[in-house]
Design a protein around this ligand. Structure first.
Ligand code: ADP
Ligand code: MG
Length: 410
């Protein structure tokens, strides 16, 4: 018996209605059809598999790339009264979790992609009914995506071993090329693609060249209300910058994967609770952090790609209130990235170059920044958004540089 999704939405989750494309995605999954949902950060992707996991008989297997992210997801699922657990090398209660799984007591089982190749895991999955496979951060399966994880390639044989179980892939960031690749890599039907609108109208985009970064950052932070994130390119840079801007009158902390886990956990917890903290962090900070009222995101250097920029800036303003994203870039960012092109696999050079060229255009353009972002994701936006630096203060065309673009073509 399938329960009614809208009933579950209201009773279990306490939400009055679906948002955006959620209803379409859930309808497809309920009907057992393979689906790729491309929905921006904050659009509510988790619900798209959590709800069918409750409405369909059996347990859903959720693939996720990061253990910390899985644990956050389990906590938030449990808060809704959902039976969820992780099965990772970091868990000491694996026996107990496997027992619950075999008994059919779990709604959701979160696993890492590397688990998929094991014969033991496949046999475990045969011991109970499966409601669906959810593949979160599905862009990781594609070399065209911005965060390729070879382990994601292990998933296909596992999925194919359970052909009757519906598959739902989810990602916030995939351009047209990556979407097609995900469909193919995961064996999803071509008509299985559902794309939500990408516009985040409450985020104001600003981009400027670095020129005394610490001073620029302090001035920027001083005019922003609320809590915010400053993304820095390296661990050292997070600590250096945090020290340099500590006297801007805001509590400032650093966050990166090299910190003691207890310190990291404390900084993250304090940030989520804070109304005006500034977190200077590497991109390790963000995924799985549920703080809807982040008011600004600054980049101290160039992100890896337009997708990464969109995802990182998307952590601002998830509550829909005004937020600002300011990217500070330098020609040396492009010079360094270009040098790295010489070190990547031949098969990936063309993709990386395309990625960098798109970034160069975004930072140096006199056009509407939002229009460029949205077009990148296949949309047809208005020419001017009225809420980016170029729309608010149109630059004289003579001010527009092509340093970055020249660096890449040279
Ligand atoms: P994503 O994974 O797409 O970034 P999440 O799944 O973390 O987004 O959801 C973002 C927030 O939106 C969460 O706090 C979630 O509870 C909330 N949310 C999801 N769907 C709905 C809905 N239909 N109505 C209200 N809130 C929702
Ligand atoms: Mg998510």
């Amino acid at each position: 018996m399938l329960a009614d999704p809208l009933d579950i939405l209201r009773t279990t989750f306490g939400f009055p209605g679906f948002r955006g494309v959620q209803a379409d995605v859930i309808d497809r999954v309920m009907a057992g059809r393979g689906t790729l949902a491309v929905m921006p950060t904050g659009a509510g992707k988790s619900l798209c598999y959590q709800l069918p996991a409750l409405a369909r008989p059996g347990t859903a297997v959720v693939v996720s790339p990061l253990i910390a992210l899985m644990h956050d997801q389990v906590r938030s699922a449990e808060a809704f009264g959902i039976q969820a657990a992780t099965l990772t090398s970091a868990d000491s209660d694996r026996e107990e979790t496997m027992r619950r799984f075999r008994e059919g007591a779990l709604d959701l089982l979160y696993v890492a992609p590397e688990r998929a190749s094991g014969e033991g895991f496949r046999n475990l999955l045969r011991t109970t009914e499966l409601s669906l496979f959810a593949i979160d951060e599905a862009h990781c399966v594609s070399e065209w995506g911005h965060d390729f994880r070879p382990d994601y390639r292990l998933l296909r044989p596992l999925l194919d071993a359970f052909p009757e179980v519906p598959r739902l892939a989810l990602t916030a960031t995939a351009d047209a090329h990556t979407r097609a690749d995900i469909l193919q890599q995961l064996g999803l039907p071509e008509d299985g693609l559902i794309v939500a609108g990408f516009d985040r109208p409450n985020i104001q985009y600003r981009i400027s060249p670095r020129d005394g970064l610490a001073t620029q950052l302090k001035a920027f932070i001083a005019e922003q209300p609320g809590a915010g994130i400053v993304y820095a390119p390296t661990r050292d840079a997070t600590e250096r910058l945090a020290a340099q801007i500590a006297d801007a009158g805001r509590e400032t902390r650093a966050y990166h994967a090299g910190l003691d886990p207890a310190v990291r956990a404390r900084n993250q917890r304090d940030f989520v609770a804070s109304e005006d903290m500034v977190m200077v962090a590497t991109i390790a900070f963000g995924m799985g952090i549920d703080k809807p009222d982040v008011r600004f995101v600054a980049h101290a250097g160039l992100p890896k790609s337009i997708e990464a920029y969109y995802q990182e800036t998307g952590r601002a303003g998830r509550d829909g209130d005004p937020a600002v994203a300011h990217l500070f870039w330098g020609a040396e960012d492009f010079a360094r990235a270009r040098k790295r092109l010489g070190e990547v696999d031949d098969s990936r050079v063309a993709g990386e170059r395309t990625r960098l060229t798109a970034l160069a255009h975004l930072v140096e353009t006199a056009e509407c920044r939002r229009a460029i972002l949205l077009r990148h994701f296949g949309e047809h936006p208005a020419e001017r958004c009225g809420n980016c630096d170029n729309c608010l203060n149109p630059p004289a065309t003579t001010d527009v540089t092509t340093v970055a673009q020249k660096l890449l073509s040279a």
